[in-house]
Design a binder for this molecule. Structure first.
Ligand code: 3HC
Length: 293
């Protein structure tokens, strides 16, 4: 029978990390949310208050429930605060060395029976796991943005991940109301491997002025019934994250579809990272907002 994981650590409170914290807290789990950057820590707190506040405004959560939910999250700035966690989910930017450094440190901080998970979108879980002394307890747990809304997670099993670890994480995902799917450790797993060629193609169409951003998005949203168009989705994902994912997949598979469109790198360099920076393919009312101006 799967072990019950009740105290969860989350490392990194960017777009994904903040959403993942909310998912766990909404489902009654105690969370330790760690972010080393003081401004990032404040943004993480603000995200939880704002997102749950929206649920209160929509009548989906009472103020008392909101307070209880927020009370389940302890915000901290040091990895040492994760010592008592049953599971730690790392959600820092998509840089292999950074993730490996964090796993190396976590290895000596958490209990020997704690599970270490990475939310990486495309990096090798195996390469991250071997930064620890016990790669058998390392697994991928890949959420989709917005994490509180989308009901699917990929559980990435390396060639050494223990069966019990996979089972425990699958049971936890089910408790979160997500459908878990177990996949092997190949860049992009299932969803990103299928999605990012399409997104990159849309960026190329925009870059070559083949069509306007509005028309590209309308074609897929109104013409194909997707919840949002590809350029709006790139803005939601974050152009920096999208670039890293494409770059990693291209280096691994050498599929032309994944060679990042040049404009993507230019936009990231210029600070146009999508919703999180207030501008990407579209301009937003403020950083983090979904309101296009
Ligand atoms: N955090 C928490 N909740 C959010 C949210 C967020 N960031 N954004 C939206 N929501 C909630 C709203 O509160 C609302 O909740 P309710 O129904 O309980 O009131 C619900 O989602 C619907 O929101 P809205 O009415 O504001 O807007 P839409 O109906 O237009 O939905 C959307 C917005 C959920 C973003 C939808 O457009 C969508 O699903 N888009 C596609 C997203 C997608 O494809 N994601 C995958 C990206 S790939 C990925 O994540 C992999 C990674 O590795 C990069």
């Amino acid at each position: 029978m799967a072990r019950e994981l009740s105290t969860i650590g989350v490392v990194g409170l960017g777009t994904m990390g903040a959403g993942i914290v909310e998912v766990f807290a909404r489902n009654g789990l105690d969370v330790v949310a760690v972010e080393a950057d003081p401004a990032g820590l404040e943004r993480g707190k603000g995200h939880l208050e704002h997102s749950t506040g929206r649920a209160v405004a929509r009548g989906k959560l009472s103020e008392a429930e909101q307070a209880e939910l927020i009370g389940r999250v302890r915000f901290a700035s040091s990895l040492e605060d994760l010592a008592d966690c049953d599971l730690v989910v790392e959600a820092v930017p998509e840089q292999l060395n950074l993730k490996r450094e964090i796993f190396g440190k976590l290895d000596s901080i958490v209990r020997a029976d704690a599970i270490l998970a990475t939310n990486t979108s495309s990096l090798s879980v195996t390469e991250i796991s071997v930064a620890t002394h016990n790669p058998r307890r390392v697994v991928g747990l890949h959420f989709f943005n917005p994490a509180p809304v989308l009901k699917f997670v990929e559980v990435i099993r390396t060639v050494v991940t223990e069966d019990d670890v996979v089972d425990d994480v699958k049971a936890l995902a089910a408790r979160l109301g997500k459908m878990p799917v177990v996949v092997g450790d190949k860049a992009g797993f299932i969803a990103n491997a299928l999605l990012f060629g399409y997104l990159n193609h849309a960026v190329s169409m925009f870059e070559s002025r083949y069509a306007t951003r509005e028309d590209i998005d309308a074609a897929m949203q109104l013409g194909c019934g997707l919840p949002m168009g590809p350029l709006a989705l790139m803005d939601l994902i974050g152009l920096d994250t999208a670039y890293e994912i494409l770059d990693t997949m291209y280096k691994q598979g050498r599929d032309r579809l994944h060679a990042p469109s040049p404009i993507l790198k230019q936009m990231v360099t210029a600070g146009l990272k999508g919703r999180k920076s207030g501008q990407g393919f579209y301009k937003y009312a403020e950083a983090g907002s979904s309101a296009v101006v």
